[in-house]
Ligand binder design. Structure first.
Ligand code: ADP
Ligand code: MG
Length: 214
């Protein structure tokens, strides 16, 4: 069963809900190694995304995702907004014109999202950023899809990998973003952006599971 544009819209609603529910958690993480605004930024951004969705309800998945990306860029300051905005815009470009997404399309979207984040933020793996959660998720998804696995299997593996990647940021020394100003003091804290990335990937799994994908 492919992912439809209705599922993409559900996904963005789910992300807005999950980010809202984790607003304080994300801000607490950012207060340890940043400026305590990641939850607030993300929540503002995805509330703005919701406002734009009614105008693209009947459009293709690419247009919906690009609209979400533009809504994030226009409403969120700091590092996170432009980075996630770029991710959604690039994901949208990867699936432009499509109304149904198979596992291979989801992989293309996630690969493009990661490429967008890296192009814009120039973070390497191990720099203690969202890249450390998204990269293992993309790798895990690629492995499943290349072996002919289902969307649900790909998303399960991607979510597990993102969760591990998120936790693996704890001992890392931050080399990008505000946390890098702390040097050694950034060690021992989970990266807020890696945490929101895990939540965004897990939300895809929730949508696929809700559809009864196999
Ligand atoms: P700001 O740091 O401007 O306050 P946020 O608090 O919203 O922005 O986002 C912080 C998160 O952004 C970090 O936890 C990190 O994951 C991510 N981040 C920061 N700089 C980069 C970068 N250059 N590349 C990738 N991710 C980054
Ligand atoms: Mg911040």
């Amino acid at each position: 069963m492919p992912i439809t544009t209705a599922d993409v819209l559900d996904y963005l609603q789910e992300v807005a809900d999950v980010i809202g529910a984790n607003k304080e958690h994300l801000t607490d993480l950012d207060s340890a190694i940043g400026d305590a605004d990641h939850g607030i930024n993300m929540n503002r951004g995805f509330q703005n995304v919701l406002k734009k969705l009614s105008s693209v309800e009947d459009k293709d998945a690419g247009t919906i995702l690009k609209t979400a990306g533009m809504a994030l860029v226009s409403s969120v300051g700091g590092a996170g907004g432009p980075l996630y905005g770029t991710a959604f815009m690039q994901a949208g470009t990867a699936v432009a014109g499509k109304y149904e997404l198979e596992a291979v399309d989801l992989l293309a979207a996630l690969e493009a999202a990661l490429k967008g984040v890296v192009m814009r933020g120039k973070a390497n793996l191990g720099d203690k950023t969202m890249v450390d959660a998204i990269t293992p998720a993309v790798d895990a998804m690629r492995e499943v899809v290349q072996n002919g696995g289902s969307t649900l299997e790909a998303l399960k593996r991607a979510t597990e990998a993102a969760e591990k990647g998120m936790k693996d940021t704890i001992p890392m020394l931050a080399k990008k973003g505000r946390a890098s100003y702390l040097g050694e003091r950034s060690v021992g804290h989970q990266d807020p952006g890696a945490t929101s990335s895990y939540l965004l990937i897990n939300a895809m799994l929730e949508i696929a599971q809700g559809k009864g994908q196999d």
